[in-house]
Design a binder for this molecule. Structure first.
Ligand SMILES: Nc1ncnc2c1ncn2[C@@H]1O[C@H](COP(=O)(O)OP(=O)(O)OP(=O)(O)O)[C@@H](O)[C@H]1O
Length: 297
């Protein structure tokens, strides 16, 4: 069995809200995968179905060939979800030992502490930790059972840059042991930096799936901007190669999947523009243009 996760035509409704709208995907063992999408895209809902915490409205979810609940019961899955609630008067070490006691084949305490970079904090009470340290404790809790699949829902939300780096260094140590890691994020740099594969979801659907580089290539990813001198934004939006147009102050910003065609059309049609600029897109621009094109369908 080389497959860790398989979702087939998975959908989830909350009353009238279609949070997940037909997701198909398969994740091989050993991959580090980012689920990337804006707020409300359906990331947490997808993760909760994968952990057996929510039942899909339609479709099937398989984890290591069985149901999510079977995989969780067998100790194959560790999860770090968005909320936490730990007894404040326990120490870091006590909490790790509590987590280990829940599993048949846990990692040694020293290894859990070292992987999560908590060795020096083992004796510290949980209520005396910084936000970044608390996140690493939650990470330690998730990996204590030695899971084959680690699922992290926005693990670095609200952390400063330094704490984020420490967190991802810890995650990499775990991934390097050949385990499968799936993490949700809306930080585009994180997806690009830490995942082998980036699955972009928007409005409950997969809109792109590949490496960070693939995703940038998919969109062509350039922004053409200029002082627009009154040209109608809708006219600009219809120019060839334009995915989305918006106005910022005096400037029009056109997100393009083929900026050469856009610029040629701008020249040919004699639009009144000044101070033209063409910039290459980072993953952020690529992501916005993917999301925008999904909305056009
Ligand atoms: N319990 C619920 N009841 C009703 N609607 C919900 C519920 N949970 C989520 N939703 C809606 O489903 C959609 C997807 O939400 P979800 O939390 O899965 O997105 P997300 O990508 O994880 O977002 P975030 O990055 O903000 O956590 C959103 O429109 C959200 O408002």
């Amino acid at each position: 069995m080389t497959e860790a996760v398989r979702l087939q035509a998975v959908a989830k409704n909350y009353g009238p809200v279609r949070a997940v709208d037909g997701i198909d995907l398969s994740i091989a063992r050993g991959q580090t995968v980012a689920l990337l999408g804006p707020n409300g895209a359906g990331k947490s809902t997808t993760i909760n179905m994968l952990l057996g915490l929510l039942e899909p409205t339609a479709g099937t979810v398989r984890v290591f060939g069985g149901t999510p609940t079977e995989a969780v019961r067998a100790g194959k899955v560790g999860a770090m979800l968005q909320e936490s609630g730990f007894a404040a008067n326990a120490t870091v070490r006590e909490l790790v030992e509590l987590a280990r006691a829940l599993y048949r084949d846990p990692l040694p305490t020293a290894e859990v502490l070292a992987t999560a970079d908590l060795t020096d904090l083992a004796g510290r009470r949980l209520d005396k930790l910084s936000g970044g340290q608390t996140q690493r404790v939650r990470f330690a809790f998730a990996l204590a059972g030695n899971p084959e699949l680690l699922v992290l829902d926005e693990p670095t939300a609200a952390l400063d840059v330094e704490s984020r780096q420490a967190f991802w260094a810890a995650m990499r140590r775990y991934a390097a042991t050949g385990r499968t890691v799936l993490f949700a994020t809306h930080y585009l740099e994180e997806a690009d930096d830490f995942a082998d594969r980036v699955i972009v979801i928007a409005r409950g659907q997969v809109v792109a799936d590949g490496s960070g580089a693939d995703i940038k290539q998919l969109t062509g990813g350039r922004t053409v901007s200029f002082d627009r001198a009154g040209t109608d934004l809708d006219v600009l939006r219809r120019l060839p190669g334009v995915v989305e147009a918006e106005q910022r102050g005096e400037r029009a910003l056109l997100r393009c999947d083929d900026s050469d065609r856009t610029v040629r059309a701008l020249l040919a049609d004699g639009h009144a523009w000044r101070n033209l600029e063409i910039t290459g897109a980072g993953l952020e621009e690529a992501f916005l243009s993917l999301t925008a094109s999904a909305g056009k369908e």
